[in-house]
Write a protein that binds this ligand. Sequence first.
Ligand code: AMP
Ligand code: MG
Length: 487
Amino acid sequence: MSVAPAPTVGLGDRFARELAELALPWQAEEAPAPRLLVLNEPLATELGIDPGWLRGPDGIGLLTGTVVPAGATPVAQAYSGHQFGGYSPRLGDGRALLLGELSGDDGGLRDLHLKGSGRTPFARGGDGLAAVGPMLREYVVSEAMHALGIPTTRSLSVVATGRQVRRETVLPGAVLARVASSHLRVGSFQYARATGDVDLLRRLADHAISRHHPEAARAERPYLALFEAVLSAQASLVARWMLVGFVHGVMNTDNMTISGETIDYGPCAFLDAYDPETVYSSIDQGGRYRYSNQPLAAEWNLARLVEALLPLLHEDEEQAVALAVAALQGFRPRYEAARTAGMRAKLGLPGTVDDGEVSALVEDLLALLARDHVDLTSFFRALGSAARGDAEPTRLLFLDLAAIDAWTARWQELGPDAAAMDRVNPVYIPRNHLVEEALDAATAGDLGPLERLLDAVSAPYDERPGLERYAGPAPKGFGAYRTFCGT
Ligand code: AMP
Ligand code: MG
């Protein structure tokens, strides 16, 4: 590791200083032949980093962790996690590093973090590496989520390392640089709690309050307020996922943030034909993280978070448990409210239509979509035409025309607003067949399809001529989709 000559990027070490027990100073592995594959120039500019500098040797050094600014302390973060319900006391960044925090103009901090930067003491049996395909997948899907307005970590770059990675076949290796409002996870709290050091747990909670939920500091019970703020953020986040048909695929407690940002794009995918029982991940045999179970999985994770927080909630354990149980009960109503509000917007319905009527309309619609295997994204976008008086584009998607005609008539009575619908129902999402096509081409050396896909999904509500192939469902031959973790 070398030190960058000019202080081009100021990286703080607040996490490493305040929570040293959770931060293991470490350094990235050298990249034998680094080559920048994709750089998020608008994000770099937003972060106050010159994109031109990032493209140069010191910039690429920063993006692979091999050149760090003076004063920065890259660390591997320690955390625990329930993986598919089973507790792992010591996970941590096995192949990732927190380089440090960037300060925004608003005084807020953002983590600059690498994935695929080599083995750390948390690597267990892993090689510490990542392949080009999965890092580009995180890049494209996280940037699509951001453009959809869904809270998420952002992707700054993917650099091919020139190192080979052994998976089922030998693949080119890569390092992803990402930015997040922090990398604090439910699993961070589980780890702190498991140490038995209540002071550490309190420092972690104070750090989280200060960075993400500062209003909690003024509450009567700040740590309960912290929990409630995380619960609200997650209820809203998962509702947003459900509205666009996003399946995270690996909602382990180490992959759920305290900030409420989507994190760790491994086996994620978007629904095409609407089927609530959809599972994409090859290792999710019980369907724990299937589309329809995501709200329950989130609630389960939040129960693990509040368990970890118990010693901070009340000195009397019974009273702490009572506070925790009552707070957890807030999840379902918050989730339902966020989902109903989101569905109201997707259907273009005014505030005068009551929630009960919106919900009844939604449940009936989803049953029709499921029965006829209708493409979720195409349907909602086409519904804008129906609001303008042309129901043919939606009718074309169904087999049971009488049923959709009856539903459409009911909905039209309520006076939907077509222009408002077009602002919330995307035309372009990172469809599975397009993601695969782009990653296969990039792995073989052609970045063209990836760049075109990024261009489409970066302005998802803005229909553009020439991009028709990005708006339609997978071709018939694409078949059942399977995704993979930890690659
Ligand atoms: P994930 O499911 O990708 O969020 O990863 C779960 C855990 O496995 C985390 O602790 C990762 O750091 C670790 N991990 C995943 N892949 C690797 C790898 N190739 N080498 C080392 N650690 C890994
Ligand atoms: Mg993870």
